[in-house]
Design a protein around this ligand. Structure first.
Ligand code: SF4
Ligand code: SF4
Length: 446
């Protein structure tokens, strides 16, 4: 362990507060969280377990270890899947501890970057600050990617091996990126889509950033499925990225800014629910009140937003049986989105929908509740660690004999697609889908 500086009283108390010291004291060291932690399983060390990480945060708060030298690596290698929080018998708020630690680590790194003691990741910082919060920029990227896929440029670049040289993880994910829909088929912002037939409900749809940019087909299918189930669907004018990627990089003030923009964008809509179709984004929206807890005015507005925020699977179940027109053949298995399951507590709703699909047989995958190691951009930043966890998951997926793997989050979907490519037994005949793609297909929506 490195040498630790002592601080004056005020700074010491600030550090205790920032590192959620009170919360770390609630851990009774029982270890019930260890079996659900994918990084403890793959890295086999206490410091990469929830209990170990909580202990390290506690020691950092007490000034016994150094934040950047001793705490940063174990915290940054955490997937943020929050399975440990659900497993904990005494309700230790791991998410709060983790995000507090990330923020402190990020602040110290920013200070070191300013004095050039450490290098900044300019591409990551630029993407988070200058791309994700801007809808038009994201749609331009989506349009360019569509052109790239349809002009043959992708084949030329793959053949040249340039991408592999720039970034192996990026090159791997580029190969499994779904075919992007033509820009002409995009839905409109600031628009209300009418229900088909009798109106059962008015809802707003949260389009997100990645979903709106490179997976806009899934968003369009979501809107059309809701219309077909009797919903009037409001699309906001000014929504933005949910801020999850920023929060998981410790950029909490930017995450708060984005949360406020989103709350404002949906505030005046006369709808029963604000629906999203991405588990990771949904979890962020679901916790906007916690994120804005220190600002009483925004906290009240956030609480109203959170009350209306729902995953698409919950709302589809409320609308009764779906208007099926076709069958889906064979076995289907499901990989939970950690943030849908562990943060939003949505476990049965997607399974119930899968069970209801005509012609299909649902089979549960071993450890479907454990993270696939997508983790936002964890799989790009910590590629080797992520692939170790993914390859184990794919063995369990293959053991089900299902030819269809379903998930409910864009990151998990890409991760499943990559996992299939990496597994010889799966690569020829298994496919991964977002749940909405399958439901739309069997309901006759193209
Ligand atoms: S959030 Fe997930 S990866 Fe991180 S400590 Fe908890 S179980 Fe492990
Ligand atoms: S976080 Fe909870 S489950 Fe894990 S060791 Fe602490 S008290 Fe036990």
């Amino acid at each position: 362990m490195s040498k630790v500086q002592s601080l004056d009283k005020e700074k010491y108390e600030e550090r205790l507060y920032d590192l959620t010291y009170e919360a770390t004291n609630r851990c009774i060291q029982c270890g019930y969280c260890l079996p659900v932690c994918p990084t403890y399983d793959s890295m086999e060390s206490e410091s990469h377990s929830p209990r170990g990480r909580i202990n390290l945060v506690k020691m950092a708060a007490e000034g016994k270890i150094n934040i950047l030298d001793d705490l940063a690596e174990p915290i940054e290698l955490c997937l943020g899947c929050r399975a440990c929080e659900v497993a904990c018998p005494v309700n230790v708020p791991y998410g709060e501890i983790y995000e507090g630690a990330l923020e402190v680590i990020n602040k110290q790194k920013e200070e070191k970057k300013a004095t050039k003691e450490i290098k900044s990741n300019k591409i990551l910082d630029m993407t988070l600050n200058q791309v994700f919060p801007y809808k038009k920029r994201l749609r331009t990227i989506g349009n360019f990617t569509w052109f790239y896929q349809n002009s043959g440029l992708n084949k030329i670049l793959r053949k040249s091996g340039v991408m592999e040289k720039v970034s192996k993880p990026m090159a791997e994910f580029e190969k499994v990126l779904p075919q992007i829909e033509a820009p002409s088929r995009r839905y409109k912002f600031n628009h209300i889509y009418e229900p088909l037939g009798e109106k059962k409900m008015s809802v707003a749809f949260f389009p997100g950033c990645i979903m709106d940019s490179v997976m806009s087909k899934i968003n369009r299918l979501t809107i059309e499925l809701l219309q077909k189930c009797g919903c009037e669907v409001w699309i906001p004018k000014n929504s933005t990225c949910c801020g999850a990627l920023h929060a998981h990089q410790g950029k909490i003030s930017k995450a708060k800014e984005l949360a406020e923009e989103n709350i404002q964008a949906f505030e005046d809509m006369e709808v029963q629910y604000i629906i999203n179709n991405a588990g990771g984004c949904g979890a962020m929206l679901y916790e906007y009140d916690k994120l804005l807890k220190n600002d009483p005015l925004w906290n009240e507005r956030a609480k109203k937003f959170v009350k209306k925020s729902k995953d698409i699977t919950e709302v589809l179940n409320m609308l009764g049986s779906l208007p099926f027109e076709k069958e889906w053949e064979g076995l289907i298995t499901y990989q939970d989105s950690c943030h849908l399951r562990n943060v939003q507590g949505v476990i049965e709703a997607p399974r119930k929908l899968l069970h209801s699909i005509p012609g299909a047989t649902y089979i549960e995958m071993r450890d479907s509740h454990l993270c696939c190691a997508s983790g936002g951009i964890y799989n790009l930043i910590h590629y080797d660690e992520s692939m170790k966890i993914l390859d184990k998951k794919m063995k369990y997926a293959v053991n089900t004999n299902a030819k269809t793997i379903v998930t409910t989050n864009p990151g998990c979907l890409l991760q499943m697609k990559l996992g299939i490519e990496r597994n010889n037994d799966a690569s020829k005949n298994v496919k991964a889908y977002h749940l909405i793609e399958i439901l739309a297909e069997v309901c006759g929506i193209k």
